[in-house]
Ligand binder design. Structure first.
Ligand code: PSU
Ligand code: MN
Length: 308
């Protein structure tokens, strides 16, 4: 217990280590979206393509995971396949980290743990699909994702397509306000609702460009305010889904979860899988495209941040 240094638990690839050391743009990616958010083998195609998109923008991708108890920033091809096949791969949020480390288990990182690993590796921009938040009925169940606390404390700018309507988006935004997390729209006044471009809730500020986002992130950290920022980047129009149809689908998936008695950390993966089923795979196409779009935006923000 003498030294408190999480880095002793971590392996950073030489490419990422060098990029961070020399101030090059790096974008963190999560692995829960792979292991528990998309089916195999679509997730593997997605994982490879998303890294390419980040490279095309001049940034280095850094997919985070925990493999045999080691915290990883950057995965080998073999490790990426392992996360996508998802056999015995746990879903690891902050509270699970010490267990997987001590027991040398393998797990996918949520938004919260991806932020922890990114910050440890010196990476401050992260692209995901959707964040966790206050679940519907959360005022009774107290099911509030640890992602929100992480955004409060860990200095990473998280680019997402908003939050799914499986969550209570209004309460999620209230929670973020209480925790002092700026919620920016990337060229939008509306906080997006993942499959749909608008949730009906506003953002704190419409940041018109990636440079605008980078300047706000830098100001937050230079002021010593710490913690993260959340950037809502709406799904491209061509892939957006109909709000009313999606609301009905989500209500059905929620009813199925209720009936099956699914709770806690299993609820999000359960809902995601059933939404894919109920939409005949359309939601998966949208999910993949919005995540590509977020990777591109995050890479551009990282490039701008590296100039400051
Ligand atoms: N929302 C999505 N897709 C996802 C997740 C959330 O639309 O894949 C994943 C993310 O990894 C997120 C996690 O951090 O679920 C939140 O889980 P929980 O609510 O158990 O904290
Ligand atoms: Mn939860």
């Amino acid at each position: 217990m003498s030294t408190i240094d999480l880095k002793q638990f971590m392996d950073i690839t030489p490419e990422i280590e060098e990029a961070v050391r020399t101030g090059k743009p790096v974008v963190a990616l999560e692995s829960t979206i792979l292991s528990h958010g998309m089916p195999y083998p679509e997730n593997l195609g997605f994982a490879r393509e998303v890294e390419k998109i980040i490279r095309a923008e001049g940034a280095v991708p850094a997919t985070m995971a925990i493999i045999d108890g080691r915290l990883k920033a950057g995965l080998t091809e073999e490790e990426l396949v392992r996360m996508c096949e998802a056999k015995g791969v746990l879903k690891v949020s902050r509270r699970d980290l010490p267990i997987v480390a001590a027991k040398k288990l393998t797990g996918a990182t949520t938004v919260a743990t991806t932020m922890i690993l990114a910050n440890l590796a010196g990476v401050h921009v992260f692209a995901t699909g959707g964040i966790g938040g206050v679940h519907r009925g959360g005022e009774d169940s107290m099911d509030i994702s640890a992602d929100l606390q992480e955004l409060a404390h860990t200095p990473v700018a998280v680019v997402c397509a908003g939050a799914k309507m499986i969550l209570d988006i209004g309460r999620t935004l209230e929670y973020l306000e209480t925790m002092g997390v700026p919620v920016l729209g990337l060229d939008t006044d509306d906080f997006p609702a993942f499959y749909c471009r608008k949730s009906g809730f506003g953002v704190d500020y419409n940041a018109k460009t990636p440079a605008d986002v980078a300047a706000i992130a830098k100001a937050k950290w230079d002021m010593g305010l710490g913690g993260g920022l959340l950037i809502g980047n709406p799904v491209p129009e061509a892939y957006a889904m109909d709000f009313d149809a999606m609301s009905a689908t989500i209500d059905r998936a929620l009813a199925m979860a209720e009936e099956a008695g699914v709770k806690g950390k299993n609820i999000t993966p359960f809902l995601l899988a059933h939404i894919v089923e109920l939409t005949g795979g359309d939601s998966l196409k949208t999910n993949i495209q919005l995540a590509f779009n977020n990777a591109r935006a995050a890479a551009r923000i990282a490039v701008e941040l590296a100039k400051l």
